[in-house]
Design a protein around this ligand. Structure first.
Ligand code: C5P
Length: 306
């Protein structure tokens, strides 16, 4: 059982940033049913927030604009990740968890995975696991068990994702590019999008530059890459094309679908251009979720203790 350590806080708050697959190349289906992939990931300055307080039992409450979309879920990914960490690190303590859900659900920006990773980071601190031998291994193991995207969300910084997504290589900071995210409020589950992919061969490993001078260089380089899930996601949710068209009309440097959709991102030359684009898209489509933000600094999800 994990022993208590002196500097364990009573409450830890962690930001769960939206994950952006800047490119996403998908290869063939592996023997375990998952697809091989390669992806350059950045995180946004917008996201959910998770707060963990010391408690005997494990519990979760949710608030925020998208909390109701998760209300009917019997076993939230946040609780599953907490249980995986408790089991792996042999922790008997619980936690009172509060998730503020600001990001749309099943939207391709890793919300559930970011929340699970934020929960792991918060409990790691709350349960004093950094002082435990093998504590880091338990954290990384719990992340892999919680889903393909959770390990990269644990890093919460620029990264190259490979394997089924669980092989993560940290990269230097990306340019703090101005970004607009748009979701048409249509939930698109990940599994069915992968299932619609036409048979394919291995994923070609492309060399990602070690640094990009600015957003223009990033957008120009990304122009040679793709999101291979865009075509199958469009079959499931044709409204994604409307989102891409609306963003394309706004002078973006690059427009692309995020992850398995339906959120799309667009890169802009500066914050003012991104704000103008966000306002125009929101005005034309009042029902859509539109957010002007930026690519975040690395390690934006570092825990804050009280
Ligand atoms: O790992 P996670 O639970 O997030 O994946 C959700 C679904 O997406 C999987 O059940 C699988 O159908 C699909 N997937 C895949 N290949 C990946 C990641 C996910 O086929 N590399």
């Amino acid at each position: 059982m994990a022993s208590a350590v002196a500097d364990v806080p009573d409450r830890v708050t962690v930001f769960a940033p939206a994950k952006i697959n800047l490119f996403l190349h998908v290869g063939d289906k592996r023997a375990d049913g998952y697809h091989a992939l390669q992806s350059l990931v950045g995180f946004a300055e917008t996201g959910d927030e998770l707060c963990a307080e010391a408690a005997d039992d494990l519990s979760l409450v949710m608030d925020g604009p998208f909390a109701s979309a998760l209300a009917d879920e019997k076993d939230n990914l946040v609780l599953r990740s907490a249980r995986a960490l408790a089991a792996g690190a042999c922790v008997a303590s619980g936690a009172r968890l509060r998730l503020t859900k600001n990001l749309p659900v099943a939207s391709g920006i890793g919300g559930g995975s970011a929340d699970a990773a934020a929960c792991l980071r918060a409990l790691w601190r709350l349960w004093g696991l950094q002082a435990l031998r093998g504590g880091r291994v338990s954290l990384e193991q719990a992340a892999v068990e919680s889903g393909s995207d959770v390990p990269v969300c644990l890093l919460s910084g620029a990264a190259l994702m490979e394997g089924r997504g669980e092989r993560v290589t940290a990269l230097p900071e990306l340019p703090r590019a101005a970004l607009v995210l748009v979701n048409p409020r249509v939930a698109v589950p990940t599994g069915p999008v992968f299932a619609r992919l036409a048979a394919r061969s291995g994923v070609a490993q492309i060399q990602v530059p070690s640094a990009f001078a600015d957003v223009q260089a990033l957008a120009a380089w990304l122009g040679q890459t793709r999101n291979d899930l865009q075509a199958p996601a469009l079959e499931i949710a044709p409204v994604i094309q409307e989102v891409l068209t609306a963003l394309d009309a706004e002078d973006a440097l690059l427009t692309r679908m995020c992850g398995s959709g339906a959120t799309c991102y667009a890169l802009f030359a500066n914050d003012a251009a991104a704000m103008r684009a966000a306002q125009a898209v929101q005005q034309a489509h009042p029902g859509w979720w539109v957010c002007a933000t930026r690519i975040a600094a690395n390690n934006i999800g570092a825990p804050r203790s009280f």
